[in-house]
Ligand binder design. Structure first.
Ligand code: ADP
Ligand code: MG
Length: 583
């Protein structure tokens, strides 16, 4: 999958496609009507590919792609017509201006979620349309800009229609190849992780805000690129070509074709550019049929046309059985040392009046398995959330390896070696089992670098939990219990300094519980430092070196298993819960 060979395949396919489209464009009859439709499709598709990245890869809504199309187009039009710049210089300016504007817009708005983000992008789209229409002195206003020249590249003249179309198509192929490579890159995986589960992405070391902002910037830059080429294609532009309506059309193109890949952008755009032409014979009924067709495609192909094709026909192959080096943590000695790895003092987390965690101390020794137990609602998960940085502590300090990390965001704590799993499974559903675990292996502080090495580390982690055979499957295809193993493998692949497990056996059946206990014992044997929350006292008794007991957010006992289980308050708390559950 992630290997150099698949990158090479994409590049070869791209090269062949570029030659083919170039040939086709030059040889094809240069009838004006055909050329116009093709040029519109090609330039729009480049902008739609941007939406595939921001919406399909990163899961963020952007209702302003027509604004970036417009910025690119106006940079080329004004640059060449009013300021006498060479075409390609103006085009580059358009790409940079759009990209930078996109990053700024992302910076200002991406902390807002869902609906708010949609509203703000609509607002931005409106503002751009208004500026293009009303700043007459600069943009020529509603009259638009005629006479935009086409470029020549050295000795090659690109002014002819079919040659210029060839240029647009080659750029389109390059953008499609870029999008495909991006999807398999570390950045692309981070985007997809953010899309699928922001919380898990952050504790896997991904800077969510930065990832979203970069996605927005790339989307906007591609909008500008498409717009700049559009201006050259039609030699005349005006503000009404870049309105909110067009933004919706671009979004529909992306959704229709399928946002999983830039191929979807190609399909969706061609469909939406050609559908009106095909339906022309219907005269008045045309709009109704057109709308109906779009709605039907959306209903019957929720993943878009390309998504349907991929889902039906593309099957990934299992990994080969080639041996990989075992996880390096397996080479460690299983000894508990006196060094305190994780030192939590006076930790508190209040939700309004509710003191979910209330002044708890916790000292985890290197190489030990430290159990955190207590009745339901006693604050165990909250404790883990504060330790990993998902919640801001109300009071108290958290130190990791002697360093105060109380103020650090989750992805920085992950960089320092903190990896965790969740009580309610948080896997990246749109990715394969292997990709999920590769994200874990890409932890910033991990001792592997380079795609092949991280993939190898991920496979080693999958070997350890016994999921190598299903590495190529979408993670959602796995049974619940195995998704828990994926989470554990994802954490292990990062070679954690400390591994925090929140009820790893929850929801498992008896056999699976037994397997999980065996896995935990194997881990313990290799001296991984583990904090584990679990309700299964037999499991805890088998693996724990040290137990801390919480009740109502307070620590009621702390010590070795023998003494803790005899502690009167612990007995009372658990008897109380047993009675409660019986009732
Ligand atoms: P445990 O994991 O020990 O079962 P939790 O840490 O999940 O318990 O919850 C402790 C208490 O904090 C519960 O009363 C729960 O309702 C409350 N709580 C947890 N998270 C939140 C939150 N985000 N907002 C408000 N209350 C919360
Ligand atoms: Mg819990």
């Amino acid at each position: 999958m992630h290997t150099a060979s698949s990158r090479k395949n994409i590049l070869i396919a791209g090269g062949v496609a570029a030659l083919a489209v170039l040939g086709a464009a030059v040889v094809a009859p240069s009838d004006g009507y055909y050329l116009n439709i093709m040029m519109q499709a090609a330039t729009y598709t480049i902008a739609v590919a941007g939406l595939v990245i921001v919406l399909g890869y990163c899961g963020q809504i952007a209702l302003c792609q027509a604004a970036f199309l417009g910025i690119g187009a106006y940079c080329v039009a004004l640059g060449t017509v009013d300021y006498g710049l060479p075409f390609f210089v103006a085009l580059a300016i358009g790409v940079v201006v759009s990209g930078v504007t996109g990053i700024f817009l992302g910076f200002a708005t991406l902390r807002l979620g869902g609906h708010y983000l949609a509203m703000v992008t609509i607002g931005f789209q409106m503002i751009v349309t208004m500026v293009l229409t009303n700043w007459i002195g600069f943009t020529h206003g509603p009259d638009g800009i005629p006479g935009i020249p086409r470029p020549s590249l050295g000795l090659v003249d690109l002014k002819g229609g079919s040659v210029y179309l060839g240029l647009c198509l080659v750029v389109l192929v390059a953008v499609t190849v870029y999008a495909a490579l991006l999807k398999q890159s570390r950045l692309g995986r981070a985007m997809q992780a953010v899309r699928d589960n922001e919380i898990a992405a952050s504790t896997c070391g991904i800077n969510i805000f930065r990832t979203k902002t970069v996605a927005f910037g790339i989307c906007a830059a591609l909008g500008g690129l498409g717009g700049g080429l559009f201006a050259g294609a039609f030699s005349y532009i005006s503000p009404d070509q870049f309105t909110f309506n067009e933004a919706i059309v671009l979004l529909t193109m992306a959704l229709l074709g399928g946002v999983e890949s830039a191929i979807g952008a190609v399909i969706g755009t061609i469909l939406l550019v050609l559908l009106p032409e095909w339906l022309r014979f219907l005269r008045q009924a045309y709009l109704a049929v057109y709308g109906g067709a779009v709605i039907a495609i959306m209903i019957f192909m929720p993943r878009g046309v390309w998504g349907l094709v991929v889902g039906r026909f593309v099957k990934s192959r299992p990994l080969s059985d080639d041996a990989t080096a075992p996880l390096p943590l397996l080479a460690r000695t299983g000894e508990v040392s006196d060094t305190i790895v994780l030192d939590v003092t006076g930790l508190a987390k209040h939700f309004g009046g509710l003191k979910a965690v209330d002044g708890v101390d916790l000292a985890v020794r290197k190489g030990s398995v430290h159990a955190l137990i207590g009745p339901n609602g006693s604050g165990k998960t909250t404790m883990l959330n504060v330790i990993t940085g998902l919640y801001v502590a109300t009071a108290g300090r958290v130190r990791l390896g002697g360093r105060d990390i109380t103020e650090l965001p989750p992805h920085d704590r992950n960089r320092l070696g903190m990896c965790r799993t969740y009580q309610n499974i948080r896997v990246f559903r749109g990715l394969t089992v292997l990709e999920n675990v590769v994200i874990g292996a890409e932890r910033a502080g991990n001792d592997v670098s380079g795609t092949d090495a991280t993939v190898e580390r991920a496979i080693a982690a999958l070997d350890f939990v016994g999921l190598r055979q299903v590495a190529h499957l979408p993670v959602g295809d796995l049974p619940y219990g195995h998704q828990r193993y994926v989470e554990i493998a994802r954490a292990l692949a990062g070679s954690p300094e400390i591994l925090l497990l929140d009820e790893p056996a929850a929801g498992l059946n008896l056999t699976e519980k037994g397997e999980m206990a065996a896995l935990l014992k194997r881990l313990k044997g290799h001296g991984t430092t583990i904090v584990i929350i679990d309700h299964d006292m037999r499991l805890i008794e088998k693996v724990a070196d040290h137990i801390t007991v919480l009740n109502f957010g307070r620590r009621i006992a702390d010590g070795d298993p023998r003494s803790v289980f005899k502690h009167p308050e612990v007995v009372a708390a658990y008897l109380g819960e047993a009675r409660h559950e019986a009732a």
